[in-house]
Design a protein around this ligand. Sequence first.
Ligand SMILES: Cc1ncc(COP(=O)(O)O)c(C=O)c1O
Length: 412
Amino acid sequence: MAASPFSDLNPPPRLIMGPGPVDADPRVLRAMSMPLLGQFDPAFTAYMNEVMALYRGVYQTKNKWTFLIDGTARAGIEALLVSLIAPGDRVLVPVFGRFGHLLTEIARRCGAEVHTIEAPWGQVLDPNRVEDSVRTVKPRLIACVHGDTSTTMAQPLEEIVRIGHRHDALVYTDATATLGGMDVAVDRWGVDAISAGLQKCMSGPPGSAPISFNERVASHINQRKHVEQGIKAEGAVEGNGPVIQSNYFDLAMLMDYWGESRLNHHTEATSMLYAARECARIVLEEGLAARVARHETASRAIVAGLKAMNLEIFGDPAHKMPNVTGIVIPAKVDGERVRHDLLHDFGIEIGTSFGPLKGKIWRIGTMGYGCQKRSVLICLNALEAVLRQQGYAATPGAGVDTALSEYRKAGA
Ligand SMILES: Cc1ncc(COP(=O)(O)O)c(C=O)c1O
């Protein structure tokens, strides 16, 4: 037998404190190593049903249609948009960062007539502006990101949903960066369709996208139901709307796969389902309110610590996501050098951003399993050290001392 040209996998130890992915909870990694099961094994279909029930808890919804799309977070986005949008539909996207542009781009590929309304990066949209646009555009769908990691801002959604419904539009939101870290109350807010990923506040690896949608959305999608010829049962009822332009992301067929009829579609990604199941169990065991509070405490601590190092926090503080913090890179500091030194001297990863913010800000994620007091303190300490190496004047220990005091105040 020939020796493998490559050594055993042995990833270097890291503290991943970028905007996601972040460190996975070891319980999730353990769950992923469990033996595979056949997709129609009753033990496996029971796990599928458990996943649906668990994510109803995480999303705070009674939506029957709450399940997983196999793929990273954008697979969930694409599945909902391609199944909801028929070519020519009018879609309004409020854009306040990179991921609003992503929704725009996906909606365009679905053949929508897309209208956008933009806020400068670092701010969110004024609901009155959104309502004015809705009046003019008359969209069938409003697609809005909840928390945009590229800018660290979170758009308050309740008002957007109210506006949408006042004007008879459906509202979809991308909660990839907020689920498991901020309050995401699908039924209370009335959001019609929502998607997320695992690799941020859900403490899992990328590769599975939990989604949820209500009956109004389901009935729109079922009007476009066309089942693959090779699995179609005799007398199957189909819709008369235009065919959904993706097979993999066809939610009409996926409802048949996850629903009682268990009509085969793709082969469910077994190990990712185990991961998603464990992520949701961990979130619900901790409790949604406790989890949100943990992220908010970390945010207060890290912001206070950074300010004590004379660093400027990026963006509108009233709309800052608690699970990611943007820092303006000070003049005369080489931002990429700082990230390099953090990684190579301390094994800590932090992020920069995209587009207009590339090289202008760093982003530190305090998400899910990675949102721990010790991580915050270690990261501040390391950041201070690498900054001082570049001649940046920070009072030694001020960042960590201040962050620690915030944690003490919160009793954490
Ligand atoms: C708000 C938001 N939406 C979508 C995505 C895309 O996720 P993925 O890379 O898992 O497809 C991300 C990833 O950073 C995100 O932060």
